[in-house]
Write a protein that binds this ligand. Structure first.
Ligand code: ADP
Length: 226
């Protein structure tokens, strides 16, 4: 099967050639196949967010190749990269970043409308996703009326709204208490497995990491199999 994500020889430094240069990635490599769920573990400051942003086409490496859905992104215009990101990549952050003035359903509908989906189809998909993740009775709640775990579940559905091929998550349950984190993570994995998504999920939590297909560690700018 084809690779959904391929990073080859990725290097990235902040403030290059300056006294405060920080080399974050140095020849990092990974491929993720269709349906594969990979845990990314590393201490804080090791470069997880930088790597996820490069993989998700939000940032560019200094050198190396990024391919999403088999398409090499090297030298592609910002417009092309944005289109690929919108169609193929879903992001989840530690904090949900939901739009407070909109309901749970609307938060899942809006990214679809931005992608050209009709209102009716977008609502249908939002109801399907929120229903699957146990929020059937919370469709019209605003984020402020939801618990932390529920807010994060809505954020998962929003990330999956446009049926991406690749899910990138940065400590998706890091802001929740351990018991909630566990059940919310289960809900996420169920949704990921059901939709056949590929995922790269950064976590500090080794128990969660062990529930994924494999674990890679970010060490001195490189990705090593655990
Ligand atoms: P993590 O997500 O693993 O905590 P980050 O990718 O956020 O790590 O950051 C990796 C390193 O790069 C850190 O030492 C951080 O201070 C540095 N860094 C991140 N962003 C910038 C930036 N815009 N300018 C300079 N240094 C940065």
């Amino acid at each position: 099967m084809s690779d959904v994500l391929s990073l080859k020889g990725i290097s990235k430094a902040y403030n290059p050639d300056k006294p405060n240069e920080v080399v974050v990635l140095s020849d990092a490599n990974i491929t993720i196949k269709a349906g594969e769920v990979v845990a990314l573990v590393a201490p804080s400051g090791a470069g997880k967010s930088t790597l996820l942003h490069i993989a998700g086409l939000l940032d560019t490496p200094d050198s190396g190749q990024v391919a999403v859905s088999g398409q090499d992104q090297t030298g592609k215009s910002d417009r092309r990269r944005t289109r690929t990101r919108r169609q193929d990549v879903g992001f989840i952050y530690q904090f949900h970043h939901l739009l407070q003035e909109f309901t749970a359903a609307e938060n899942v509908v809006l990214p679809q409308l931005a992608n050209g989906v009709s209102k009716a189809d977008a609502h249908e998909r939002a109801q399907m996703l929120l229903g699957k993740i146990g929020l059937k009775d919370r469709m019209t709640h605003r984020p402020g009326e939801l618990s932390g775990g529920e807010q994060q579940r809505v954020a998962f559905c929003r990330a999956l709204a446009n049926a991406p091929k690749l899910l990138l998550a940065d400590e998706p349950t890091g802001n929740l208490d351990p018991a909630t984190s566990d059940t919310v993570f289960d809900a996420l994995m169920e949704l990921v497995r059901e939709t056949g998504l590929s995922a790269l999920i950064a976590t500090h939590n080794l128990d969660l990491a062990k529930r994924m297909d494999r674990i890679v560690r970010l060490e001195a700018g490189k990705l090593v199999d655990v």
